[in-house]
Write a new protein. Structure first.
Length: 412
């Protein structure tokens, strides 16, 4: 049995050394809840990011994409309740002004800040409230991040945080993160904002006190995102604002991570784990959902085919509504796989719910239908769909679709 390179620990973005955070109510949300968040490092950070590939990108995404990746940053400023999306040149100016305020007030005029927003699309930011909120948050910066995690929530029902620790040359190196998301969830992010291979807003902010270059950090983040946030869906809609960012400040005092070293592999394993835990929290908190489905597509002719089929099945409204109705409608599974563009062998399809075969060699196992119906009543289950065309597989995390989901999204 291989050793586990990391250990989970309590906390979020403040678990690593040298980071402080705050969350305040700036009045952006009408309900008076927390809506302005700051994450600040005591020293400049290497950083990496992944951003929505939606052609309609929000102003904060465009602002971050324009920042040189080799330039250190000082922290992250984020708001909820207003997406600053589809707001034109005024929105870009406001994103820049938001960064300037955070850098001057919370960062003491040092390295630039990353910017993020989530909420209603099409409204201009209330900049007076943003400025007041940044000042208030800067006064409350502390080594505690729960309020910060709450301040980026929109329709979320709980704050989402995770952290882990590895050892590098005998020193503790920590990673932490927080995320938000419950609706408009079907991310497809890349480092450039250009569409990657087939694959309400989700934001994820990660921190580490590791000493690592921005180029190496980007490589690690790319893999972690590909295995987590880019493999989830609640409603099949990709947001204008999806953002994942990681900051590394080197405050652990451990030696720098190097390509090919065992310590970097340990760091990658811990980062993968945190990203996946956070992504799964988003799925669990999906708007109106009653079931969380771990979907495994196997027997594909290629890895790309497995991913295409998994995404098609996991986003199919007919499949998702059948899960809501607890109906083992296997025909909808393979209808979706068939139109996905993946190669399938219609004579050798299979479907297993929590290991119980419903379909084998394209024939229904009638004796198991009752058992599968019972499994579909559970709040979480695993579905394995075999395409019978090869040896490749892919996993995708998705949900059912309910009347409550419709009710929550039919209007404000």
């Amino acid at each position: 049995m291989s050793r586990r390179a990391f250990r989970p620990i309590e906390g979020g973005v403040c678990a690593p050394a040298g980071f402080r955070a705050a969350g305040v109510a700036a009045g952006i949300k009408k309900n008076g809840k927390l809506d302005l968040a700051l994450v600040v490092s005591e020293r400049p950070c290497a950083w990496a990011g992944a951003f929505t590939t939606n052609a309609v990108k929000a102003a904060p995404v465009l602002f971050n994409l324009a920042l040189p990746r080799a330039r250190p940053v000082g922290g992250i400023v984020a708001n909820s309740g207003n997406a600053n999306a589809c707001t034109g040149t005024r929105g870009l100016r406001d994103a820049g002004r938001m960064e300037t305020l955070a850098r001057r007030i919370a960062g003491k005029g040092g390295a630039p800040f990353l910017v993020a927003s989530t909420g209603r699309i099409g409204d201009l930011l209330p900049m007076a409230k943003i400025g007041d909120g940044i000042r208030a948050a800067a006064d409350r910066l502390a080594r505690e991040d729960l309020a910060c995690a709450r301040a980026i929530m929109t329709t979320d029902t709980f704050p989402k945080r995770a952290a882990a620790e590895i050892r590098v040359a005998g020193r503790a190196v920590r990673l932490g993160g927080m995320t938000k998301g419950a609706g408009m969830i079907c991310p497809g992010m890349s480092r450039t904002g250009r569409r990657p291979a087939p694959h309400a807003t989700m934001l994820a902010f990660l921190t580490t006190d590791a000493d690592i270059s921005s180029a190496l950090l980007q490589r690690c983040l790319d893999r972690a995102v590909a295995r987590s946030f880019n493999r989830i869906s609640v409603d099949g809609d990709m947001s204008t604002n999806d953002t994942v960012a990681i900051l590394a400040n080197g405050a652990s005092g451990a030696p720098a991570l190097r390509a090919g070293a065992r310590a970097l592999a340990d760091f990658q394993e811990a980062l993968d784990d945190i990203a996946l835990r956070l992504a799964q929290m988003i799925v669990k908190d999906g708007e109106g959902i009653t079931k969380v489905v771990t979907l495994v597509v196997e027997g594909a002719a290629s890895r790309a085919d497995a991913e295409r089929a998994a995404r098609a099945i996991g986003n199919s409204f007919l499949v998702k509504t059948s899960w809501c109705g607890e109906d083992p409608n296997w025909g909808r599974l393979f209808d979706a796989a068939g139109y996905s563009g993946a190669r399938v062998n219609p004579a050798n399809l299979s479907a297993r719910y929590d290991g119980v075969p419903l379909l084998l060699r394209s024939r229904v196992v009638a004796a198991n239908v009752g058992r599968v119906r019972a499994i579909l009543k559970k709040p979480a289950f695993t579905l394995r769909c075999g395409l019978g065309a090869g040896r490749f597989s892919s996993v995708f995390y998705t949900t059912d679709l309910t009347e409550k989901t419709v009710e929550l999204n039919k209007g404000e």
